[in-house]
Design a protein around this ligand. Structure first.
Ligand code: PMP
Length: 427
């Protein structure tokens, strides 16, 4: 029995499902999850000493690759000065200045400890600011696990939301409307009927939690215009896309100015960090400046700020995102070529350092419905074949993949060799 399998068996005694976050259990692909003990550069190493090219990167934060020496030094340096003070620090000021410089819509911002906290707080703020209770989200988008956001669509496009998890009161879910991604007409119709009740629209500007689905041309421009017309706060959830699809995030890439934005993952460089912010006029409603309450014992934690700042400085270097983009493009072109050669219906999507793999011949994937119509069984087999070939992809057909700056020719070759074998085996 492998060490991962033994650990997984033991883990299940005192940890629900053996994991501290559900996707890690491999429920989406079957088999035993790998337990890791080390990570370096482009690779993770499991408890059985097998190395894998890592296309998860801790679900996004490790954009530099693992254990970048400058990030480790920054953390080590802070370590000698203490782990947490629960009081303001110069590091937080530096972080706020840097983020608002890199993402100009972030006129004011607050640090939190996870993406979930960031989106939950941004939504409370939008509600407090507008005095409206309802929110709109999009089918297939994930914004963390706060009650308002664990909601799926009711039976018709304009019906009230229903909880997608037990424990979420139906009365909460009723304030969350869920619309299809990339469908401006649906948003327009909804706002026409209910615009005055809607506090905010929250969106993943490139969807990364239903595989990777980019916005259609003009979608965000239309969304911005509709929000303005109806006095609705537009929230870009850039927890995944921030500092990844471009230095200025998806908003920089598409040239859109949201009212509020949320960040996580890259901004913490691998430490538990989130952030929300935006227009000063709206952010001034947050306590202690204003009446909307929000707080956190470890918010702005100095170790996390040190790791995040070092990471943001490194991703700000000229050409950083071009290199990520070019690796991702070569990766996907190589995969497509090998899938085509094996006669496997296959489509890819990509924006900067994030990508999606779809087992389908649909070349125009727009929304959740398109994502679920793909051949998930084939993905599961592909996932395990790639794992055998030393490549660690997200263990679900409904997650985006991430490249890191530590990837180069060697990793590309390992990945494409594994994929060639995998596609042939699937044919
Ligand atoms: N928003 C998006 C777009 C995410 O992808 C995630 C997590 N994958 C979250 C929010 C929640 O972040 P966290 O897991 O740090 O709470």
């Amino acid at each position: 029995m492998s060490r991962s399998a033994t650990l997984f068996e033991n883990a299940q005694q005192h940890i629900p499902g053996g994991v501290n976050s559900p996707v890690r259990a491999f429920a989406g692909v079957g088999g035993t999850p790998l337990f890791f003990k080390h990570a370096e550069g482009a690779y993770v190493v499991d408890e059985d000493d097998k190395r894998y090219v890592d296309y998860i990167g801790s679900w996004g934060p490790m954009i530099l690759g693992h254990g970048h020496p400058e990030v480790l030094d920054a953390v080590r340096n802070q370590l000698q000065h203490g782990l947490s003070y629960g009081a303001p620090t110069a590091l937080e000021v530096e972080m706020a200045d840097l983020v608002s410089q890199l993402v100009p819509s972030m006129e004011m911002l607050r640090m939190v400890s996870s993406g979930t906290e960031a989106t939950m707080s941004a939504i409370r703020l939008a509600r407090g600011y507008t005095g409206r209770d309802s929110i709109i989200k999009f089918e297939g988008c994930y914004h963390g696990h706060s009650d308002s956001l664990l909601v799926k669509a009711g039976s018709g496009a304009l019906t009230l939301g229903v909880p997608s998890s037990p424990g979420v009161p139906a009365a909460f879910a009723q304030h969350t409307l869920t619309l299809p991604y990339n469908d401006l007409a649906a948003i327009e119709q909804c706002l026409k009927e209910k615009g005055e009740e809607i506090a905010c629209i929250i969106i993943e500007p490139v969807a990364g939690n239903m595989n990777c689905i980019p916005p259609q041309e003009g979608f965000h421009q239309g969304l911005r215009k509709l929000c303005d017309e109806h006095g609705v706060v537009l929230i870009f959830d850039e927890v995944m896309t921030g500092f990844r699809v471009s230095l200025g995030g998806a908003q920089g890439h598409y040239g859109i100015t949201p009212d509020l934005s949320t960040f996580g993952k890259v901004i913490g460089g691998g430490m538990p960090v989130g952030c929300f912010g935006g227009k000063k006029e709206i952010m001034s409603h947050i306590a202690p400046l204003g009446p909307v309450y929000q707080a956190g014992t470890l918010s702005g934690n100095p170790l996390a700020m040190a790791a995040g700042l070092a990471t943001l400085k490194l991703v700000s270097q000229p050409g950083f995102h071009d290199k990520l983009d070019s690796y991702a493009k070569r990766l996907l072109a190589g995969l497509q070529e090998r899938a085509d050669a094996a006669g496997i219906p296959f489509t890819t999507t990509q924006v900067g350092g994030m990508f999606g793999l779809f087992f389908t011949d649909n070349k125009d994937i727009r929304n959740f419905e398109d994502a679920v119509a793909c051949d998930v069984e084939r993905f599961k087999k592909f996932f395990h074949l790639m794992l055998d070939g030393g490549v660690y992809l997200a263990p679900s057909a409904f997650e985006a993949g991430f490249v890191s700056a530590a990837m180069g020719e060697t990793e590309l070759q390992i990945t494409l060799d594994a994929a060639e074998k995998a596609f042939k085996a699937l044919a």
